[in-house]
Design a protein around this ligand. Structure first.
Ligand code: CP
Ligand code: NVA
Length: 306
């Protein structure tokens, strides 16, 4: 039996800069003909299965539309509807799906589950969000910044809020794309010691602080996310801790005058971000959401080597 290398997309930290650049370049290239008859259809005869153990709007729609635009088919499976939600193991699900389809995207809770799935699958597995990562989102975010402001290398990104799954993937990206990542969060919601150690070992410029104003000073991007992620159960406590980290006009004023505001969405206006900022002139959140489609086409093309 020959062992062939399966191209999984599990975390930004798994990749070298050149491969991430190759994926983004393909996404940019495919964006040029998106929605036109000239769009290439290299995935004819190929099927993507998506598995959602948590809700989704953007990830679900962008993967489905992207796969179809590239000529492929999609099957969408949600938690309790499939046997995975009733005790069948991740590994057995991966082995069976590998006999029917060509690529799997999974949104789940524990990061270990995407690794288990990749370990047992003979086809590529894509991480569509876990409790601790959201790599597809950050690929779209890098694409968005660079379209608006040019190369992200050497720039400054300010995260103010809960240092959650999305923030973790931003930290991974800081190491690979060479920007400074400043994370402002209350002590108990800061990046883990493991993440901080990883960043140091990888030579990432990571600054962790409890002071959002210091983090925002001269930043090129101000980014945040919900204070209560899908897996969080302690909403009132989080809201109280995170109130001082709201992205508002006062915080945006400290950033670079041409700073952009980003948010992966869904957003909660007047909680993590004010209406004035998310609906204001510096916000790029709709372009950012659209770029999920284009960046993920690049990811699918890399995984399928097509
Ligand atoms: N940003 C994002 O992943 O959104 P969904 O939860 O709607 O997929
Ligand atoms: N941090 C959020 C991101 C949603 C796309 C969550 O995990 O719920």
């Amino acid at each position: 039996e020959t062992t062939k290398t399966v191209r999984h997309f599990l975390d930004i930290s798994d990749f070298d800069t050149a491969t991430l650049r190759q994926i983004l370049n393909r996404g940019h290239d495919l964006k040029k003909t998106s929605g036109t008859a000239a769009h290439p259809r290299p995935f004819q005869g190929l099927t993507l299965a998506t598995i959602f153990e948590k809700p989704s709007t953007r990830t679900r729609v962008s993967f489905e539309v992207g796969m179809r635009q590239l000529g492929g088919e999609v099957i969408t499976l949600t938690g309790r509807e499939i046997q995975l939600g009733h005790g069948e193991t991740i590994a057995d699900t991966a082995r069976v799906l590998s006999r029917f389809v060509n690529v799997i995207m999974i949104r789940t809770d524990h990061e270990t589950k995407v690794h288990e799935m990749a370990g047992a699958a003979s086809i590529p597995v894509i991480n569509g969000l876990t409790d601790t990562s959201h790599p597809c989102q950050i690929m779209a975010d890098i694409m968005t910044f660079e379209e608006k402001r040019g190369p992200i290398e050497g720039r400054v990104v300010c995260w103010s809020g809960d240092a959650n799954n999305v923030c973790q993937s931003w930290i991974h990206a800081a190491a690979r794309f060479g920007f400074e990542m400043r994370v402002a969060a209350p002590k108990s919601l800061q990046p883990t010691a493991d993440t901080v150690a990883w960043a140091a070992a990888e030579g990432a410029r990571l600054v962790v602080t409890e002071d959002p104003r210091a983090a925002a000073e001269g930043a090129d991007i101000v980014v945040t996310d919900t204070w209560v992620s899908m897996h969080h159960k302690d909403a009132p406590a989080r809201m109280a801790l995170l109130t001082p980290f709201q992205v508002n006009d006062g915080l945006m004023k400290l950033a670079s005058p041409d700073a952009i505001f980003m948010h992966c969405l869904p957003a909660h206006r007047e909680e993590e971000v004010t209406t004035s900022v998310i609906d204001g002139p510096q916000s790029v959140v709709w372009d950012e959401a659209e770029n999920r489609l284009h960046a993920q086409k690049g990811i699918l093309a890399w995984c399928l080597n097509a």
